[in-house]
Write a protein that binds this ligand. Structure first.
Ligand SMILES: [Fe+2]
Length: 295
């Protein structure tokens, strides 16, 4: 351990996402984790207010943002990482299995321009890989399940878990997206549970749990082990998978899934503009019932 990171959280209520600014007090070097681009789906409008808030916080503190880190390709918000990169020169990092997610979704969107080698990102992290944010030591744990590419960033021993865990009173994230796997999710969570009990864990989302009226995003390994309503100690893998599968079957498709995924697998960039100079998102249409006959 070289020092304690300075951690600032930024909550985006429209998408229930928590982004983080994590800085090294010694050098002022910092990383942003899971930044959100403001996207108004009904109007097709994109804005950078949320990212500007993080950039301003970093500027006010005299931090230099050197990384913008994604825990996975999100299905609920569009990534603000390209804007952070454009403004600061920070490198965009994600887990190396993003290539699998790109391969899965390229045909879904018929995205001929989409590279499936991860090269739209600046760095692909492998399981166990170490890197630095200034003098802070960071390490990557591969924690698939919610998607095939999820990673957890351990920065000086503090975990940024993405959607591998939610707060103990809310449980876990869905595992039914293409390439998701409830068995893998359970094993990834168990991997996190082997970290020291006092390890601080920061969530990527919070929706409040029944009986809780405040948003929350910080917990510990000990709290997760003792009280997580889905995966506390003693819950067997098969029971978790049965619960998760039944629950996922009842969940509706996230509102921003299709826009978010096609942007986020391009490292947060939009598809190239058409000849008229306008960028369009693609919505694949499934014709059900008698709809095919009328199409
Ligand atoms: Fe997610």
């Amino acid at each position: 351990m070289t020092g304690k990171p300075i951690i600032q959280a930024f909550f985006d209520e429209p998408t229930n996402t928590i982004s983080y600014l994590v800085a090294d007090p010694a050098t002022g070097h910092a990383a942003v984790i899971d930044p959100v681009l403001d996207y108004e789906h009904s109007a097709g409008e994109v804005d950078t207010r949320s990212v500007e808030t993080i950039l301003k916080a970093a500027a006010d503190a005299g931090f230099t943002i050197v990384w913008t880190l994604e825990t996975h390709a999100h299905a609920d918000h569009l990534s603000g990482s390209p804007y952070i990169k454009a403004k600061t020169g920070a490198k965009i990092g994600i887990g190396e299995h993003i290539k699998d997610v790109q391969r899965i979704f390229r045909p879904v969107f018929n995205a001929d321009d989409l590279k499936t080698d991860g090269s739209d990102f600046d760095h692909l992290f492998a399981d166990g890989e170490s890197f630095r944010i200034g003098e802070l030591e960071a390490r990557v744990l591969y924690t698939p399940g919610h998607t095939p590419a999820d990673i957890t960033y351990l920065i000086e021993g503090t975990g940024f878990v993405g959607d591998t865990l939610f707060m103990p009173d809310y449980g876990t994230a869905r595992a039914d997206f293409p390439g998701g796997d409830a068995h893998a999710l359970f094993r990834s969570i168990k991997k996190l549970m082997t970290l020291p009990p006092d390890t601080r864990l920061f969530m990527c989302h919070d929706y409040k749990a029944p009986g809780r009226d405040q948003y929350a995003w910080e917990t510990t390994v000990a709290e997760q082990r003792a009280t997580n309503v889905h995966v506390k100690e003693g819950v067997a893998e098969d029971d978790f998978v049965a619960m998760r599968t039944a629950r996922d079957a009842k969940l509706s498709t996230p509102r921003l899934l299709l826009p978010a995924v096609q942007v986020n697998i391009r490292a947060g960039r939009f598809p190239p503009a058409d000849a008229n100079g306008v960028r369009y998102l693609t919505i694949p249409v499934k014709l059900k019932g008698g709809a095919e006959a009328g199409a």
